[in-house]
Design a protein around this ligand. Structure first.
Ligand code: GLN
Length: 308
């Protein structure tokens, strides 16, 4: 299978549609990104990377960071994490508050904002916010095998200034005793993790451990156990695209996590880690062309967790 030709063809086939969708505009740094961009990077478990389009342009990973923070939190507290966050799809928007009251401040899953804020609170334990941000960034350097990754401070500051919904979620959960640290500390870390800048090539490297039984084949580093990698993939499949998760599973058939910056990390277990990026979003806040690119990739490679 010629993965380079597949990646090139996808970018070429989608080029007439560049600019479709709506770029996130809740902060100026995201609003000013040129929508007419599409990148794709595929890194296989034997360590080869195939790239096409804008695969080396850095973007704001936003909610894709939630996968890596979940991995860090599981490393700290193990399965006890599930006392504080569920693992069911929410069927609601990423920033929804509606289920939290009925469910006593326990968010549905770690990938909606409420759940990710709890996960960040767990990673913060025993640290100052600045140290937790440092730990996250070092972890990203380690999993991506790339020390050049950085957090985009202006993005983090804008998130902080406009994050009213996130403050509401965090205060609500603190009211139910499901946050241990002051809200501004937890959100300070959360906004910084979301502001991590990466390109598709770097992101496909960072996700590779999830495709390879928990071990990064580029470095030989064991990041998590095979069972934990399977479980993180399961949550990505069921919850990684908010109320678009069912549709993503149906169309693409691979675990995936989206971010409002237009990126998606997808995992083909035993085969490859794939990162796509295109800033225009669909109505569920997931990359419009990114999802279509992954749908094409899955169709053309036959990769699916549901059969051949
Ligand atoms: N920083 C964004 C927020 O918290 C992340 C949301 C997303 O990527 N879906 O609202």
């Amino acid at each position: 299978m010629d993965l380079q030709a597949i990646a090139d063809d996808i970018v070429r086939d989608l080029s007439p549609r560049l600019g479709e969708g709506k770029v996130a505009d809740y902060i100026p740094e995201l609003a000013k990104v040129d929508p007419k961009q599409l990148g794709i990077a595929i890194t296989t478990v034997d360590g080869k990377t195939y790239r096409a389009g804008d695969a080396e342009t850095a973007f704001s990973v936003q909610s894709i960071s939630k996968v890596f923070m979940l991995t860090l939190a599981l490393g700290k507290v193990g399965e006890t994490i599930w006392r504080r966050v569920g693992r069911e799809p929410s069927g609601s928007a990423f920033n929804s508050i509606v289920q939290l009251e009925h469910e006593h401040g326990i968010p549905r899953n770690p990938f909606i904002n409420a759940g990710a804020i709890v996960v960040t609170d767990i990673v913060l334990a025993g640290h100052r916010p600045r140290e937790a941000i440092g730990e996250f960034l070092r972890f990203m350097h380690y999993v991506a095998n790339d020390d050049s990754l950085y957090i985009d401070e202006p993005v983090a500051r804008s998130e902080q200034r406009t994050g009213y919904r996130n403050f509401a979620l965090a205060n609500f959960m603190r009211g139910f005793d499901n946050l241990e640290h002051p809200v501004d500390h937890v959100l300070g870390v959360y906004f910084h993790q979301c502001a991590l800048a990466m390109n598709c090539v770097q992101l496909s490297h960072a996700g590779l451990f999830l495709a390879n039984r928990g071990t990064n084949p580029l470095t030989g580093f064991s990041v998590v156990s095979p069972r934990r990698a399977r479980r993180i993939n399961a949550i990505m499949l069921t919850c990684g695209h908010y109320d678009g998760s069912g549709d993503f599973a149906f169309r693409v058939g691979l675990p995936g996590k989206s971010g409002v910056g237009g990126g998606i990390l997808a995992v083909a277990p035993g085969r490859a880690s794939i990162a796509v990026w295109s800033p225009g979003l669909d109505e569920t806040g997931n990359s419009l062309l990114g999802s279509i690119a992954l749908e094409m990739l899955a169709a053309r490679t036959g990769w699916s967790v549901f059969g051949t």
